[in-house]
Design a protein around this ligand. Sequence first.
Ligand code: CUA
Length: 338
Amino acid sequence: MTRPSVRLVLVFAAVRMAAQTTRSVENVFQPASTPAHQIFDLSILVLAICAAIFLVVGGLLTYTLIRFRRRASGDGHEPAQVYGSSQIEIAWTVIPILIVLVLTMATARVISAVQNRVAPADAVQVTVVGHQWWWEFRYPGFGIVTANELHVPLSTAAQPKLTFLKLQSADVAHSFWVPRLAGKTDLIPGRTNEMWMEPKQQGTFLGNCAEYCGTQHANMLLRVIVQSPEQFDQWVAQQKTAGATEAAVQSGRALFLSLSCINCHTVSGTAAVGTFGPDLSHLMSRDSLGAGVIPNSPSNLRSWIQDPQVSKPGNLMPNMQLNDKELDQVVAYLASLR
Ligand code: CUA
């Protein structure tokens, strides 16, 4: 095997590996939901038309370059020039108009099919609120609220089930994009946009914020979990039983606001407005504690509060001397700040 062919094989292997690793992740070429399918079909049509134009133009150009090249045996004169051919002029006017017409009509058809879809009575309704830098998901029909992980039911021919999203923003512009399920739609402050999906495949589909929204835009990730109708109903029921921990969160909130924590930290919407330490309003949306010292989890949060000096000696957060019960309450509250 010669060296260039070795290199070629390596390039092919790399491309194949990249294609495989992105298979189940974010790939507009593997739609798994109705609007994504329609968009995919349209983009293939546009790609095919553009490829045909490229081949015709590129082919004619190549033919002309070779056919009319300067030859050693030539007399040095240019070939015959054609002026004022109405046939050619009509052709290069009409053909592009027809192509643009086809592209326009095909695009308008898909846009209207996606935008004008009316929500059936049994559709799952979700209000999505974009925050810096996380997602809030409200299900008004079920009375549940969650964050960053959207659960939706599978749609089958026997049991069609659509999910309609109302998109809003709490601060700046964001954009909701899960490539395998639907096209992206912006979340604009002071406005409600809408989109829908009809997932035909179970599993977890990844997406992200697709509109630059600040420092942690790149970490404003989201996942959509498509479940069978039975699993989805179970999830809804489980989300509704959060009442047991709710009491702990409430007492933790009261305890937190009674401590001197609030002199240094802010939790938006509460009396905690300190600016000396990090803002805790969306503490659990962060991956790490102590500026990257330990991963963020309730147990790590608990040991951090128990004695911040163990994980990061010399930092300015004091040991609050909380007992075990108080620690549980404060952690329960802080762990709810997403
Ligand atoms: Cu939210 Cu970018």
